[in-house]
Design a protein around this ligand. Sequence first.
Ligand code: HEM
Ligand code: HEM
Length: 273
Amino acid sequence: MHESLLIYRNMRYLKVAVALVTVTGLLYALHSPVENPNGGTWLGYTLGTLSASIMGWLAWYGVRKRSFGGPSIRMEDWASAHVYLGIALVIVSTFHSGFQFGVNVHTLLYFLMLIVVFSGVAGLYFYMRFPRLLSENRRGLTTDMMLGQIAELDSELSAYAVTLDDATAKAVFNAVHNTEIGGNLLSQLTVDNPNCPTLLARKFVERSDGSHDEATRRKLLTRLSKKEGLLRRIRQDTKLRCLLQLWLYVHVPFTFATLAALVTHVVVVFYYW
Ligand code: HEM
Ligand code: HEM
């Protein structure tokens, strides 16, 4: 759905957004107030009200996503318009401000809004790209299937480890019992962990050439490398799914912060008016 929403209904909402930005730009170019263009002229107020309305509507998307029934506008229309009007909002609100930026609550609002918009662009990119990356990475296996294969490899590795010298057995047992998947946020976003016990065990066995018979060494190396490959895929899967969630932790809280800043902005401009 996310890939198609950019071209949805023959790009109807891109056209709406381009029309909106063009009309706004023309009005801004033709507008010649006595003082510098700013948010306090008739055009400034008009574009400010328009920007606030667009923002309110974009924020309402979160409510609309969760409510069934309601007005008969399709979710695809909401999503497609959300993306294009969200980007158009940056231009409309910039014309509203008359490019008068400074260190104040008004410019803070503008920056908060930019964070929401850029996080939205990142989220859209993730949604469009990740489903394919996820399925390429899984290659037909589910996480449970990969975990099942790791459990099988672990039991084989444990069986070999008891026949080996202490140092190798310790490294292999460490790989079997202390290899972690997931964990805190940083671990979820890390695919290649240089301290992963399985990686360390594989390197140890590679280095310990001659300390046990070649056949056992090969069997160990094959299983440890196979486990490493599976771990890499599961960690890649975890990372992609984590990123798919993470951007919303920026997009949604910053939406609330932006709405609060908008109310402050309007109160402040009317208070000092
Ligand atoms: C997304 C919505 C909005 C954004 C991002 C926004 C942003 C800005 C920015 C950056 C400025 C320039 C501040 C400066 O001169 O230092 C400004 C000015 C102003 N805005 Fe907004 N604004 C929004 C909505 C509104 C609304 C809804 C109103 C009122 C109906 C409004 C009224 C004003 C006024 C009167 C000024 C001029 C303030 C002055 O010159 O001191 N704005 N706005
Ligand atoms: C100030 C502008 C914006 C506001 C206030 C806003 C607000 C929101 C809200 C409240 C949600 C619902 C999140 C949830 O509860 O799951 C949402 C979802 C989303 N937004 Fe925005 N957004 C803005 C701009 C953008 C832009 C510019 C883009 C992309 C270019 C974008 C892309 C998305 C995407 C992809 C979703 C998730 C859609 C889905 O789950 O189907 N947003 N946005």
